[in-house]
Design a protein around this ligand. Structure first.
Ligand code: SAM
Ligand code: SF4
Length: 585
């Protein structure tokens, strides 16, 4: 999933740029997971505070940044091709500043700069707190050198002018990486200035659309054999609960209704207050302790520890303005009943789990170093459903998964076992990926990528088709019931319809809330409607199901967006429900 940050201009810039006053503009494109989206949001806030203006087109921007993902090769290729395009632009605009942030910056390091001299700034995920100053410095350096090149060019021959421009092109490249691995070696955190990035989050009503991410852990200790995350994001680090709760409260005060807590293995969250380190009056994040699972309760729980279950309960109690609290991604092992009970006992915690299985074959799971068997995974799902699936009181549990097909040595039998797991697990949706060998991982070094691409593709397509069937079955269970929907905005179909002047419908109403365009639904559920139909709104249930409903006559979309309203479901699709707003809501 890619997303382009389209943040409105709020900066107070006004620096001298080539002799004129101008606010510098930044285009920031984000690849990859929610963690990257949050990083981009935090970096954008800091850049705006420095006077930069975020824009939604790369063309014309003074600074172009890519926040990258290395989880699969495909995501990296997109960035390489974007950088290739910029190479030509930079020939005519040598003062353009290009930055690569995130996992590719961490993984490829200075090799990336060597391969792509167009890149001025490289900043790994562990160093993002330093990015704004680094970038500001790069922008100013480029501008000074550009002015110098212009001056030298005025009175110089062609070759001196060319040399001056070449100096400009290669000057000022800065690489900051290694933050993730450095942090791995420390228990706490003199080095963990990254916490300041989260702590300095600018929260205001204009900055959100009712939903927000809040990081609770960074990094990962798991080392699944196919995965780059432990190398790009470093060891598992847990933020102090007070920082997390304070962030949730500030978001609630600014009107945020729904918070998603983020971590690679979110259920591993634990903060041991007895071991906390304070520097300059700020409690520091803490390195996670590893433990091997199967535990029904956090084995380190005591009166001076905040476990994940405690954290959920505290946010629920101390930030009641957050009407929906969810979390991703859960690790299937080490998921205690205490967490399930906390979900059950707190009505504002969503009954939704994203808990990837990765494979339905025990042989493959072992080679992936996942640390659980299919039987243990299914036991967990059964346990979670026994405690939390209560459609009779309007509180069903929904579960989403991730699967990798074509892992080294995967046979038809292994693959059939994964298909069987999909049927049993009854996910509401499942992300299915083709195995992508990632340099630096154990699988890359030790296992042959021996499943041909056409076999990977076939398995991928078959599992997608199977999951469509399962999703349709689970969606149909909602027909006839009334669900609470958090209204996110007008649907994407509706947005497209309003942009088509020939249709006449909607007339380009351009609905906004808090100055932002109202949200959209995923492409997977788009469809066409005649212009005469009423405005279609979209939102999500507590269990993260997408719901579409028409704006009733006489109602305004702006009154409903950002609210949780009851919708009676009349029709189901694999990835979406359609219904009607309950009268009087
Ligand atoms: N921490 C989460 C977990 O363990 O479930 C997942 C985080 S990972 C960034 C997101 C998903 O990407 C994984 O669940 C996995 O399915 C997929 N993934 C990771 N490495 C991959 C690879 N080398 N090839 C294909 N898919 C991969
Ligand atoms: Fe990657 Fe495994 Fe960690 Fe998830 S748990 S981020 S798949 S190493």
């Amino acid at each position: 999933m890619d997303s382009t940050h389209q943040l409105e201009a709020r900066g107070t810039g006004g620096d001298l740029k080539f002799g004129r006053m101008a606010q510098r503009t930044v285009y920031l494109e984000t690849f990859g997971c929610q963690m990257n989206e949050l990083d981009s949001e935090l970096v954008s806030g800091q850049l705006r505070a420095l006077g930069y203006r975020m824009v939604n087109r790369a063309e014309g921007a003074d600074v172009v940044l890519y926040n990258t993902c290395s989880v699969r090769e495909h995501a990296e290729q997109k960035v390489w091709s974007r950088l290739g395009e910029l190479k030509f632009r930079k020939l005519s605009e040598p003062n353009l500043v290009v930055g690569v942030l995130g996992c590719m910056a961490e993984r490829d390091g200075e090799d990336l700069i060597r391969r792509m001299p167009v890149v001025d700034v490289l900043c790994g995920p562990g160093e993002l707190d330093k990015l704004p100053m680094l970038l500001d410095n790069a922008v100013r350096t480029r501008e000074a050198l550009a002015a110098e090149a212009a001056e030298e060019g005025d009175g110089a021959g062609e070759s001196e002018h060319t040399r001056a421009r070449t100096r400009l092109r290669s000057a000022g490249q800065v690489a900051l990486q290694g933050g993730a691995s450095r942090r791995s070696g420390t228990l706490a955190a003199a080095q963990d200035t990254l916490e300041m990035l989260d702590l300095s989050r600018a929260v205001s009503p204009e900055d959100h659309s009712g939903s927000a991410y809040v990081r609770i852990t960074r990094g990962c200790n798991k080392f699944c054999t196919y995965c780059v995350v432990p190398f790009t994001r470093g060891a598992e680090i847990h933020r102090p609960p007070e920082h997390i709760i304070d962030e949730c409260k500030r978001l609630a005060d600014a009107g945020v209704v729904e918070v998603t807590l983020l971590g690679q293995t979110v259920n591993h969250y634990r903060f041991e207050h007895g071991a906390a380190v304070t520097i300059g009056g700020v409690v520091q994040p803490q390195k996670g302790r590893s433990y091997r699972g199967g535990h029904r309760r956090d084995p380190f729980k005591n009166e001076t520890t905040t476990t994940f279950a405690d954290l959920l309960a505290r946010i629920h109690e101390e930030a009641p303005g957050i009407k929906r609290l969810r979390f991703v991604t859960s690790y299937p092992r080490d998921f205690g009943d205490d967490v399930l009970e906390a979900i059950r006992d707190h009505p504002r915690i969503c009954r939704y789990l994203h808990v990837p299985a990765q494979s339905g074959s025990n042989r493959i799971l072992k080679m992936m170093n996942r640390g659980y068997t299919v039987e243990e995974y299914m036991e967990f799902l059964d346990r979670a459903r026994a405690l939390l699936h209560q459609p009779e009181i309007g509180r069903p549990l929904t579960v989403a998964g991730d699967i990798i097909v074509g892992f080294p040595t995967e046979t038809e039998e292994d693959y059939e076992a994964t298909a069987a797991l999909l049927r049993r697990a009854r996910y509401k949706n499942c992300f299915i990926f083709k195995y992508s060998p990632r340099p630096g991982t154990v699988a890359f070094d030790k296992l042959p990528d021996d499943v041909p691409d056409e076999v990977k593709r076939r398995r991928n397509n078959e599992l997608l088709a199977l999951q469509q069937e399962v999703s349709l079955q689970t969606s149909r269970e909602y027909v006839g019931s009334t669900v609470d929907v958090f209204v996110q905005g007008i649907s994407r179909r509706e947005q497209k319809r309003q942009q088509r002047p020939a249709c006449g419908g909607g007339g380009g109403v351009g609905l906004t809330i808090n100055g932002r365009a109202l949200g959209a639904a995923p492409a997977a559920v788009e469809e066409q409607t005649p212009a005469a139909e009423p405005v279609q709104l979209s939102g999500r249930t507590d269990g993260d199901l997408i719901v579409f409903f028409d704006l009733p006559a006489g109602r305004s979309a702006a009154d409903l967006v950002g609210r949780i309203v009851p919708v009676k479901i009349r029709e189901a699709q694999p990835l979406a429900l359609h219904g009607d707003l309950v009268a009087g809501a």
